[in-house]
Design a protein around this ligand. Structure first.
Ligand code: FAD
Length: 498
């Protein structure tokens, strides 16, 4: 039996536990081309896989490492050397992969066997028991279940401090000149330099910079990145979690999604290391609670909702949004400072933090009316931590409200929100306090036009009543002018002119 380890299953403990003697790893270049992935994501995967293979070999395992254009070619080569072999695989996270792999393996005369994937905190049966026959999901209830199940931040069956979450304390805006601690970064070693060369040779013209690659690629580096986060950024993680800051791409975020998604760190060890730091003192409850919620709540919840809701989730488009991505997503210049700053960050490192993803990029796409599947493909192509399981619910569900499965209303906001949470608006050439006129912030008229357009679907939501009351106070002439301005803006943006 050979254990076929995927690029997002690079976990030494899991491989040891499965007692595999031989491990197969495959670099199949086709997987990086559709959609065309960010060059740094490709380096991250190839380098992490090559390091993982080297470490397994050093630990005495037999490793077959195949590089091929397609998965089919690689597996054909494997079965030529090992006819009839059984390939075991931890349950792949992405929808449809296991079926495809099984068909390929069986077509080549091999046996394909799935084993549970221990990289999740919950196995599917346990989530399904919690979810029952739910058709929509809300994080808050799942999160409470996870807190009770794990005992994290619990005291006598009650949440520590008396509340399940401290979001109200976690919406602070840093002073405009605030400088967060710079995160630890990692210089490419020889194996990473070789991976960079592979990407330079094989993947040309993908969106994103290759130079400056400095992500952690080994377990050792991932552990150092975790230490750096808990010691230097965790304490302020809570208060500045929702902030937007022009001078900082990382703020107090952990930057751990790439290494958790690769399998180099297990979510349980990440949470428990952070909890240990909290127990030592010096970390506010609001910060540790906020971080624990991201890992045991959001991350796990997103995966299981995806698992249950695919393939429908992937096709969802309840707002019937159909516009192609405007060129600014691919780096065309725009005078909207928040968007140009965040998209340049994504180009440079394949990363933007959560609020930049949700309230700048996805919010803009929602208001503009980008087709959800086109946006999802862009996110997959543009981020180092992307994977279908995490993008589909975040982009289609949370980002552009293509489905009601994850939230009861869209995360739509005008420029006012962006101004309140940070300092992008201060040096923007548009005026965030204006809705009409050449210099008015485009987010404002797009926002009102979006809300007016989708009124039949959204008005029944009690949390949106006040908003429609405020819209109704405007004169019909003013409403028409705002909606017309939004249309003019969309046309300019589609031409790459704004
Ligand atoms: P932190 O802010 O430090 O959070 C800690 C950890 O919590 C993250 O590393 C991640 O593992 C987990 N987490 C928090 N929120 C989520 C969430 N909503 N879904 C899943 N995990 C979560 N996350 C990805 O891993 N890959 C993606 O491709 C991705 N795309 C996103 C697209 C959109 C439109 C949105 C709104 C969110 C997306 N997220 C994605 C979730 C979240 O934004 C990232 O996990 C986070 O920004 C990664 O940075 P960090 O490690 O510094 O996170």
């Amino acid at each position: 039996m050979t254990l076929w380890v995927l690029g997002d299953q690079l976990n030494h403990a899991a491989v040891r536990r499965l007692a595999a003697k031989r491990v197969l790893l495959v670099e199949a270049y086709e997987l990086g081309r559709t959609p065309p992935m960010h060059p740094q994501k490709l380096v991250l995967f190839f380098s992490a896989m090559r390091h993982f293979a080297q470490e397994l070999r050093e630990g005495g395992l037999e490793v077959t490492y195949l590089q091929a254009e397609t998965l089919a070619e690689a597996l054909a080569a494997f079965f030529r050397a090992h006819p009839g072999e059984t390939l075991a695989q931890m349950q792949p996270a992405d929808h449809g992969f296991a079926e495809r792999a099984q068909a390929l393996v069986e077509g080549l005369g091999g046996v394909y066997r799935l084993v549970p994937n221990p990289l999740w905190l919950l196995q599917p049966e346990e989530f399904d028991r919690w979810a029952g026959s739910r058709k929509t999901y809300r994080l808050e209830y799942f999160y409470r279940f996870m807190r009770q199940r794990s005992g994290y931040l619990m005291q006598g069956g009650q949440p520590l401090g008396g509340a399940w979450n401290y979001d109200a304390e976690n919406r602070k805006t840093p002073p405009p000149d605030y400088r967060p601690p710079p995160p630890l970064r990692f210089s490419p070693d020889a194996l990473t330099r070789q991976a960079i060369q592979t990407v330079q040779e094989k993947f040309t013209r993908h969106f994103g910079a290759l130079e400056g690659f400095d992500w952690p690629v080994t377990r050792q580096e991932a552990l150092q990145a975790l230490e750096d986060f808990v010691q230097h950024r965790l304490a302020q993680f809570g208060p500045y979690q929702d902030a937007l800051l022009e001078q900082s791409w990382s703020l107090h975020h952990s930057l751990l999604s790439p290494v958790i998604n690769l399998g180099l760190l297990h979510p349980q060890e990440v949470v428990e290391r952070a909890l240990l730091e909290y127990e030592k003192g010096g970390i506010p409850l609001a910060s540790i609670e906020g971080f624990v919620r991201q890992i045991i709540g959001w991350r796990e919840y997103i995966y299981h909702v995806y698992r249950r809701e695919m393939p429908g989730l992937g096709q969802a488009n309840q707002l019937d949004a159909h516009r192609p991505l405007p060129p600014l997503f691919w780096g065309a210049p725009t005078r909207m400072r928040c968007l140009s700053t965040v998209i340049e960050r994504v180009r440079q490192r394949g990363y933007a933090h959560h609020i930049e993803r949700l309230m700048v990029l996805a919010n803009f796409a929602l208001l503009y009316g980008v087709n959800p599947q086109a946006l999802n493909a862009w996110f997959i192509a543009a981020f180092v931590d992307s994977a279908d399981w995490v993008m589909a619910p975040n982009v289609l569900g949370m980002g552009v409200f293509a489905t009601p499965v994850l939230s009861s209303k869209p995360y739509a906001a005008s420029g006012k929100y962006i101004a309140r949470m940070g300092n992008h608006c201060q040096r923007c050439s548009f005026r965030v306090e204006e809705t009409l006129g050449q210099r008015a912030c485009p987010f404002n008229s797009l926002y009102w036009d979006f809300m007016a357009q989708h009124r039949p679907l959204l008005e029944a939501n009690p949390r949106l009543g006040v908003l429609y009351k405020s819209w109704d106070k405007r004169t019909p002439k003013e409403q028409a002018a705002i909606r017309q301005r939004a249309e003019v803006l969309r046309r300019s943006m589609a031409r790459g002119e704004l």
